[in-house]
Write a new protein. Structure first.
Ligand code: UDX
Length: 488
């Protein structure tokens, strides 16, 4: 088959590993290279260094059938590859947030040393606009006679759904200055294109900009809905209804409208900082992006303070169980997780904190101290006066409130992800504070209207919740963020 290619991937981190495994699964011959020998030897033994659903079987299957190899030495694979992907990290520089391209240029120098003629060099790592030109210049200086092309092909992989995002992408973006190099990269994805994935061909700089613009737009959407959640709290509206209601407008769309404690992770915060740095370099004002970023920073840190302020008498010496450390469910990644900001604020307020996460404990241990890491959810909840849900893991959403009531000393819950089924928790006697909800939600009754171009929607029936909230108010419960001291 003419579509099958020899591919080398530099970097066995998150993006490199997922790309290598999925490209091998599409039938290509892939070598994934990393300077970290331990990581490579582990991968050769079938040990996957990250938690990502569905990734392990793909790695194992393609290692066994010989489509996927791992190597610590770049020379051999680079010398035979028709396409080389740069998938190394671009961490933010501490001083100014600019993307540090040190690893990218190291990889480029290796490519210049070993690559064969007619090679397409592809940036998949998120790199500032214009980086393709710098890579091209560096290779040309080191190997003036090498025939090569530099292509931008950004990743749009969500942690926790990376394999699905790779195999069923909304779009594949290929940005190239030479037709042949772009064709070569597009050809790699021909099977996905046959299955319906649109391939967008652009200039190289446009492709680099698409990645930043996409992440910035999504971050703005999140900061927007989080501010609307505050507005709902202040005016006694309900954010879940509002998100749902605006998401029905096709121009807005239903995704990325879940209000919460702010966004985190390895991409949005870092990419927004890097984008803002690039904008400053050319004296362009990106005030929307700047504001989205500032709103998010402030929000992450305000969550713990809001909890402390909502409990009369404060949190001093109060035992708090915090469930969730990862920046979102289905990942072990705690980088820039809002949960960590909540932990710090609660500690500062004097709480005794017991924390739990199904996957993120190991990474969190290195970043937070002064808390008790509970091995099980039960251990975390036992004798707690207050419960905080900081990550919306399914395991937490499915907790039986009666069983939780038996374990906890108090009956106060702050659900920062609106993950718990509110009415059953309230029925079980809990006082539940949710994001963007100050009072009983308005009665809305909506019948599902699935269609070919609409995502399926569920009927929403708030009546039980409303009824429950009225009962709570009747019993003299405080409204808004003013909380009672939890039951002894
Ligand atoms: C993101 C982009 O989605 C992906 O395309 C890009 O390549 C890398 O960055 P990721 O960081 O894995 O992916 O996480 P994502 O699922 O996009 O969530 C980012 C943050 O936003 C998380 O903290 C999540 O909890 C939060 N979020 C997301 C919300 O608070 N509400 C939502 O409705 C969606």
């Amino acid at each position: 088959m003419g579509d099958i290619m020899q591919i080398a991937i530099l970097g066995a981190g998150y993006v490199g590993l997922v790309s290598a495994a999925c490209l091998a699964d599409l039938g290509h011959h892939v070598t994934c290279i990393d300077i970290n020998r331990d990581r490579i030897e582990g991968l050769q033994r079938g040990e996957i260094p990250i938690y990502e659903p569905d990734l392990a079987p793909i790695v194992v299957r393609n290692t066994e059938n010989g489509h996927l190899r791992f190597a610590a030495d770049a020379a051999g694979a680079l010398a035979t590859a028709q396409v080389i992907f740069i998938c190394v990290g671009t961490p933010p520089r501490v001083q100014d947030g600019e993307a540090d391209l040190g690893f990218v240029f190291e990889a480029t120098r290796d490519i210049a040393r070993y690559a064969r003629d007619d090679v397409a060099v592809v940036t998949k790592s998120t790199v500032p606009v214009g980086t393709g030109d710098l890579i091209e210049g560096l290779i040309r200086r080191m190997r003036p006679h090498l025939h090569f092309g530099v292509v931008s092909n950004p990743e749009f992989l969500k942690e926790g759904a990376a394999v699905a995002d790779f195999m069923r992408p909304d779009r594949i973006v290929v940005g190239a200055e030479e037709q042949w190099a772009g064709d070569r990269v597009a050809q790699i994805y021909s099977e996905l294109a046959r299955a319906g994935a649109p391939i967008l061909r652009t200039r190289r700089r446009s492709s680099e900009a698409i990645k930043y613009a996409a992440n910035a737009f999504l971050a703005i959407k999140l900061s927007f809905i989080n501010e609307i959640a505050d507005f709902c709290e202040a005016w006694d509206a309900d954010i879940d209804s509002v998100s749902f209601g605006i998401g029905l407008d096709r121009r807005i769309g239903p995704d990325f409208l879940q209000a919460g404690p702010g966004y985190g992770g390895s991409c949005f915060p870092k990419d927004l900082r890097a984008l803002l740095h690039s904008a400053r370099e050319r004296a362009v004002g990106l005030r929307m992006v700047e504001t989205a970023s500032a709103v998010n920073e402030a929000r992450k840190w305000s969550m713990g303070r809001r909890i402390a302020a909502a409990v009369s008498g404060g949190l001093h010496e109060t035992r708090v169980a915090l469930l969730g450390l990862a920046f979102k469910p289905e990942t072990d990644d705690v980088r820039e997780s809002p949960a960590l900001a909540v932990v710090n604020a609660l500690l500062r307020a004097g709480a005794h904190l017991h924390v739990h996460d199904p996957k993120g404990m190991k990474a969190a241990r290195g970043l937070i101290e002064g808390v008790t890491f509970a091995e099980t959810i039960r251990d975390c909840l036992r004798d707690a006066e207050i419960l905080v849900i900081a990550t919306g893991w399914e395991d937490y959403a499915r907790l039986d409130p009666h069983a939780v009531a038996d374990l906890m000393a108090g009956r106060l819950v702050f659900d920062l992800r609106n993950a718990l089924p509110a009415s059953s928790w309230r029925k079980a006697g809990f006082t539940l504070r949710r994001i963007g909800e100050a009072a009983p939600p308005a009665t809305i009754s909506f019948t599902a209207r699935p269609g070919p171009d609409r995502s399926p929607m569920q009927a929403v029936d708030w009546d039980a919740v409303r009824h429950e909230r009225h009962r709570e108010k009747g019993a003299g419960h405080a409204r808004g963020m003013a909380m009672m001291k939890p039951a002894e």
